[in-house]
Design a protein. Structure first.
Length: 380
């Protein structure tokens, strides 16, 4: 066994032997304890503060609100998906489908469109909702933006809580218009709905009607030309026949001056027959002219009506193109309170945040109430 001690062991042994309680230890202890105002001879009991349950209660309420909000959002999304599916499959009632403005309605031929016709005549309807604290001022600014975009204001109103603006703008200015409107309130307080419909069926119907009308007009004009031609030929034929008869009568009159009495009698009888024939031909000319006036008058009326129909169809085509180039829209204004503004900026429902802050505040208050106030000790 190694009995060699290091200097450290030597000093540690020496220090252990030298430890002792000071002679005035009891006096010092009594003086220190006399400075403490508490009575340590009395039993102290601690009671847990009832505030300990408030943080848990508020936390539970916050979680409950959050779950309700998530469930409601899921149901809303599910309902929207169901409506969209019903719209696509055709099982949604007509009253639940978005309907464009009645002013944008145009003739529709119905039926399926062939994919070979790739033309698009999209009629766009724009609807937006803005939430703001300044209804009248925002309405006036919207009207200014509409007119600055080359459009017109059809109607508008503004009150303390609600307002709206109905308008029409050129389709080419829609994108820049949307940006300006969105900048009025910001993305959080702006929502829009854009509905578009290809008016190709109406365009095809107009083109088909125009083709048929133009063909009908061409046929009527051709028929009129034939009537005029036939009439002129008939009149020319009658006049030629009359001219031939008149020439024969002149020849007989000349012969009448140098012939015998028997021959004169024959010539007189022949001239009488020829003049009767001329009268018959002239009656035929009168009838021909009457028939011609009746037929040409009827055909002219038909041509005029077809021409008016063609003008109407051309105007429908022009109106369709103008309608497609125009966006009809409306903007609704809803007043928003400070609570809703805060709710828009905070993630999740604001009520959950309030309960969470209440839970934190009550927890901190509980911790504060459980602290020992060192100010109650007097060490002087």
């Amino acid at each position: 066994m190694n009995n060699h001690k290091t200097i450290h062991d030597i000093f540690e042994s020496w220090g252990r032997n030298k430890r002792k309680i000071p002679t005035n230890n009891d006096i010092l202890k009594r003086e220190i304890l006399s400075k403490i105002p508490f009575d340590f001879d009395r039993e102290v009991s601690f009671k847990r503060s009832p505030l300990i349950w408030l943080p848990f209660a508020f936390s539970a309420l916050a979680v409950l609100v959050l779950l309700v909000n998530i469930t409601g959002y899921s149901n809303s999304v599910s309902k929207q998906n169901t409506i969209q599916t019903e719209i696509q499959t055709g099982f949604l009632p007509t009253s639940d489908v978005y309907k464009p403005n009645a002013s944008s309605a145009l003739p529709y031929s119905g039926g399926e469109l062939s994919v070979s016709d790739k033309r698009e005549f999209l009629k766009v309807n724009y609807n937006a909702t803005l939430r703001t604290r300044y209804i009248t001022d925002t309405k006036n600014r919207i009207e200014t933006i509409v007119r600055g975009s080359g459009g017109r204001v059809d109607s508008s109103t503004g009150g303390d809580k609600n307002g709206y603006v109905n308008f029409a703008i050129p389709k080419d200015n829609l994108e820049s218009f949307k940006i300006e409107i969105k900048d009025l309130v910001g993305t959080r307080f702006y929502s829009e709905q854009i509905n578009s419909q290809n008016l190709l069926p109406a365009k095809q119907t107009i083109e088909e009607n125009q083709r048929k009308t133009e063909k009908s007009l061409s046929n009527l004009q051709t028929e009129r030309g034939k009537i005029v031609k036939d009439h002129n030929q008939n009149i020319s034929s009658y006049q030629y026949e009359i001219s031939s008869i008149n020439a024969e009568v002149n020849t007989l009159n000349i012969e009448y001056q140098y012939t015998t009495a028997v021959r004169k009698a024959e010539i007189t009888n022949k001239i009488s027959q020829l003049q009767t024939k001329i009268g018959t031909i002239q009656s035929q000319i009168v009838n021909e002219n009457k028939d011609y006036q009746t037929r040409i008058g009827g055909i002219d009326v038909q041509i005029k009506n077809v021409q008016e129909n063609l003008k109407t169809i051309q105007k429908q085509n022009s109106d369709l193109l103008d309608n497609v180039a125009t966006v009809n829209g409306s903007i609704s204004l809803n007043w928003i309170n400070l609570w809703e503004i805060a709710d828009a900026y905070l993630p999740g429902p604001i009520l959950a945040w309030i309960f969470s802050l209440a839970a934190l505040a009550t927890f901190l208050w509980y911790r504060y109430s459980m602290r020992i106030s060192y100010d109650s000790f007097d060490f002087s």
